[in-house]
Write a protein that binds this ligand. Structure first.
Ligand code: ZN
Length: 239
C-alpha cells in the first residue's frame, strides 16, 4: 500500500517499548533543565526521534502501521517550540537498522510539543501538527517518498495542578495522565499527491496503544511542581 491513500483507513499500533521510550524522553525534556540549543539553559524543550516497525494490510482492508521501536536523536537542535534533526543522523540510523535489523522498517518520526498549561495547549492548538511540521515533510518530499515516510507521532505534554489517572481515546488522539503530567499522543499519516508528500487531512486513523490501558500506577508516581522563576522541580514518589 505504501504512500497511496487508503480510503478504508489506517490503524497505528504503538508497542509498549515504543510508548515507554516516548514517555521517558518526552518527560525528561519537559522537566529537566539542560544546556544547549539556542538558549543558555532550559527545560520544557521539544525532543525528536525516529519510529521503526512494519506495515500490514489488515483483513478489513485498512493499513496497519505497527510502531515497534523509537530511537531518539541526541544530535537534534532543540528549543521550546522547535526541534531540528540533522539529516546525517537519519542517514546513519537508517543504514544501521537496515543493515543489522532489517525486520524493522523506517515508518516515520516522533516529537513532543511541550506546554506549561492546558490553556496554552488550547490557545496554540498544541495537539495539531504545526506549519513547520508540515513544511518539513512537504519540502523534503523527494527524500521522504524514497524512504517511505508513512506516519508521524506527536506527544503533547502539559502540567496539571492536581494528579489524575484519566485516559481516553478518540480516533487518532490518545489522552492520558501520569501523576500530574497530562499527555496526548496524536497520530498522523502521509499520502502522496503527485510528486509531493503531505500529511493527510482526510485519513480515518485509529490509534491503538494498549500499554496505557493497563493499571496506571503500580506505586505512587512523583509530582512536578513549579518553583520560583518558573523553574520546574520533580519530587519523586515514595517507593
Ligand atoms: Zn510539531
Amino acid at each position: 500500500m505504501g504512500l497511496d491513500f487508503n480510503e478504508r483507513g489506517y490503524v497505528i499500533r504503538v508497542s509498549e517499548a515504543a510508548a515507554i521510550q516516548m514517555c521517558l524522553h518526552g518527560l525528561e525534556a519537559y522537566t529537566i533543565y539542560r544546556k544547549g540549543g539556542t538558549q543558555r539553559k532550559e527545560a520544557m524543550t521539544e525532543t525528536f526521534g525516529l519510529v521503526w516497525g512494519h506495515e500490514v494490510t489488515q483483513a478489513d482492508g485498512r493499513t496497519l502501521y505497527s510502531v515497534d521501536l523509537v530511537s531518539m536523536d541526541i544530535s537534534a537542535e532543540f528549543g521550546k517550540s522547535f526541534c531540528r534533526p540533522y539529516p546525517e543522523t537519519f542517514t546513519l540510523k537508517k543504514d544501521i537498522v537496515t543493515s543489522f535489523w532489517p525486520q524493522y522498517e523506517f515508518i516515520g518520526d516522533f516529537h513532543t510539543h511541550p506546554y506549561r498549561t492546558i490553556d496554552e495547549v488550547v490557545t496554540y492548538k498544541g495537539l495539531s501538527l504545526s506549519d513547520e511540521d508540515k513544511t518539513y515533510i512537504e519540502e523534503g518530499s523527494d527524500t521522504w517518498i524514497r524512504h517511505n515516510y508513512r506516519a508521524c507521532l506527536v506527544l503533547t505534554i502539559s502540567r496539571l495542578k492536581r494528579r489524575s489517572d484519566f485516559v481516553s481515546l478518540d480516533g487518532n488522539v490518545l489522552m492520558f495522565t501520569m501523576g500530574n503530567y497530562r499527555l496526548w499522543l496524536h497520530a498522523h499519516v502521509t499520502q502522496r499527491v503527485g510528486d509531493s508528500l503531505i500529511f493527510s487531512n482526510k485519513a480515518d486513523i485509529d490509534l491503538y496503544c494498549p500499554s496505557f490501558f493497563s493499571p496506571d500506577e503500580y506505586t505512587k508516581f512523583g509530582r512536578l511542581t513549579k518553583k520560583a522563576r518558573a523553574r520546574l522541580q520533580f519530587e519523586p514518589g515514595q517507593h
